[in-house]
Design a protein around this ligand. Structure first.
Ligand code: PMP
Length: 441
C-alpha cells in the first residue's frame, strides 16, 4: 500500500533547459514539461530578453483601448504556422478559457446563421477539456465532472477509440471507421438540427495517456461533420505548439478543423497564455451578426503575447518542432524496448514527444495492476526521488489503469534521453522489486 506521505514538495529554486533545481541543489529532469507546458525548456535567455523588452514598454493595455504589436504580431505568426484557413486568433490566458471560447463561438456561429436550435457540443470519453463548468460539461472523465452534476448541462458523448483495448479482428483502418460512425449515430440520435459542434483532442492527453486514433478516424469525422453542417473543434491545448512533432497535431492527419484551442506550449510556461484560432468565415459571420459576445480582461495581454511570440520565434529559429519529431521517435523506441524487460508494461503509445506507457497485470487481458498498489503514485515518487519528473493518472476513462506520460521539453537531446531512460529504468526496477514482479535481463 502506498500513500502520498512524501508531499509536500521541496521549494523550486530555478529551471534551466530540461532541468529543474530545488533549494537544496538537487537536480531533476523535467520529464513531463510540468503539465506538458514547457516545450522550449526553462529560462531561455532569448525569450527572457524579449519579455524584458516588452515589460520595459508596457505590461498591460486594455484591448478596447489600444491595439498592441505584441498581440497582433503573435496572431500573424500563429496564422502563418497554422494549416490553411485557420487565420483568426482570439487570445485568452489558459486552456480552459480557450475551450470555453470555442464553445461560445460555435454557438454564436449557429445563431449568426439563423440556426438557433443548434447548441449541443458533442464530445468524447475519455477526454479532458478543462476545469470551468462549460468545459467540464464536455470532459469525459466522471470523477472530475460528477460532483458538479446539478450545475452542469452535460453534453452528449461518444467513445473515443481506445484501440489497444479492443480485442477484435478489425484492421486499424476498419477500427477507425467503426469509432467514427459513433459520431454519426450520436448526431442522428440527438437530432442534427440541435448540434453545433463536435470537439476532440487529436491525440489524447492526461485523461487517456496519449491515445492515438487510427488515421482513418480523422477523415471520416470530418466528412460526418460536413454532412450535417457541424463545426469540428480540435482541442490542441496539449498537442499544439509542436508537442507531437508538428505545429498542431491535425497536420498529421491531413484534416483541417474549423476551430482550434491552444495553450500550454504556446507561451511554454513563460506566461499564462491561450488562444482560440478559427476559420475566417466563422468569425466574419459572427462579427456581421453583432460581434463575439465573449472576452476576458487579460485577453491579448501584451506581456503574455510577447512571451508567446518569443517562444514561437525560438521554435522556428532553433528547429525545435523538427527536434520533437526526431527525439519523439527515439524516445518512443526506447520506451517500447522497456516492454522486453518489464512485462507489466502493457502498452507504449503517443506521437512526437507526447508519449505514454501503461501498466498491466496481464498483457492478454490488459487487466490493470491491483488498484490498492497505487502504482501511478508509487512510480512517480520512485522517479522523483531519483531526479526524474513524470506525470501519471489512474484512468483509462471508462475503466481503470495506471498510465504514465513521458513528455520532456522539445529541446531534449539524444544524450539527455539516455539520462532520462537511466533514471526511469532504476525507478522501474525499484517498483518491480517492491512488488516482486519479474525483471527480464
Ligand atoms: N484541454 C486539454 C486538452 C488539456 O490538456 C487541458 C489541460 N490539461 C485543458 C484543456 C485545460 O487547460 P488549463 O488547465 O490551462 O485551463
Amino acid at each position: 500500500m502506498f500513500s502520498l506521505t512524501k508531499l509536500p514538495r521541496p521549494f523550486l529554486d530555478r529551471g534551466e533547459g530540461i532541468y529543474f533545481y530545488d533549494e537544496t541543489g538537487k537536480r531533476y529532469i523535467d520529464g513531463s514539461s510540468g503539465a506538458m507546458v514547457s516545450n522550449i525548456g526553462h529560462s531561455n535567455p532569448r525569450v527572457l530578453a524579449k519579455m524584458k523588452a516588452q515589460m520595459d514598454r508596457s505590461t498591460f493595455g486594455y484591448r478596447l483601448h489600444f491595439r498592441t504589436h505584441a498581440s497582433e504580431d503573435l496572431a500573424t505568426k500563429i496564422a502563418e504556422m497554422m494549416p490553411e484557413g485557420l487565420d483568426r486568433v482570439f487570445f485568452v490566458s489558459g486552456g480552459s478559457e480557450a475551450v470555453e471560447s470555442c464553445i461560445k463561438l460555435a454557438r454564436q456561429y449557429a445563431l449568426a446563421k439563423g440556426e438557433d436550435s443548434r447548441w449541443k457540443v458533442i464530445s468524447r470519453f475519455p477526454s479532458y477539456h478543462g476545469s470551468t463548468l462549460g468545459t467540464l460539461a464536455l470532459t469525459g472523465y466522471d470523477p472530475l465532472a460528477r460532483p458538479f452534476d446539478p450545475m452542469l448541462r452535460d453534453m452528449p458523448k461518444i467513445a473515443a477509440p481506445r484501440t489497444y483495448l479492443d480485442r477484435d479482428n478489425l484492421t486499424e483502418e476498419e477500427r477507425g471507421l467503426k469509432y467514427a460512425e459513433l459520431l454519426r449515430d450520436k448526431i442522428l440520435e440527438e437530432g442534427p438540427e440541435t448540434v453545433a459542434a463536435f470537439i476532440m483532442e487529436p491525440v489524447g492527453g492526461a485523461s487517456t495517456g496519449a491515445l492515438v486514433a487510427p488515421d482513418s478516424y480523422f477523415k471520416r469525422i470530418r466528412e460526418i461533420c460536413d454532412e450535417f453542417g457541424i463545426l469540428l473543434i480540435f482541442d490542441e491545448v496539449m498537442t499544439g505548439a509542436g508537442r507531437t512533432g508538428k505545429f498542431v497535431a491535425s497536420e498529421h492527419y491531413g484534416v483541417i478543423p474549423d476551430i482550434v484551442s491552444m495553450s500550454k506550449g504556446l507561451a511554454a510556461g513563460y506566461a499564462p497564455l491561450g488562444a482560440m484560432v478559427a476559420k475566417g468565415e466563422i468569425v466574419e459571420a459572427v462579427e456581421a451578426h453583432g460581434g463575439f459576445l465573449h472576452g476576458y480582461t487579460y485577453s491579448g495581454n501584451p506581456l503574455a503575447c510577447a512571451a508567446g511570440l518569443a517562444v514561437l520565434e525560438e521554435m522556428q529559429e532553433q528547429g525545435i518542432i523538427e527536434n520533437a519529431a526526431k527525439m519523439g521517435d527515439l524516445l518512443k523506441a526506447r520506451l517500447t524496448a522497456l516492454m522486453e524487460r518489464y512485462h507489466f508494461i502493457g502498452d507504449v503509445r503517443g506521437k512526437g514527444l507526447l508519449l505514454a506507457f501503461e501498466f498491466v497485470s496481464d498483457r492478454d487481458t490488459m487487466r490493470p495492476l491491483p488498484k490498492e498498489w497505487n502504482a501511478y503514485l508509487e512510480l512517480v515518487e520512485l522517479a522523483y526521488e531519483r531526479g526524474l519528473i513524470i506525470y501519471s493518472r489512474r484512468t483509462r476513462g471508462g475503466s481503470e489503469g495506471d498510465h504514465f506520460l513521458v513528455c520532456p521539453p522539445l529541446i531534449i537531446t539524444a544524450k539527455q534521453i539516455d539520462e532520462l531512460m537511466a533514471i526511469l529504468t532504476e525507478a522501474l526496477d525499484a517498483f518491480a522489486a517492491n512488488h516482486a514482479l519479474p525483471v527480464l535481463e
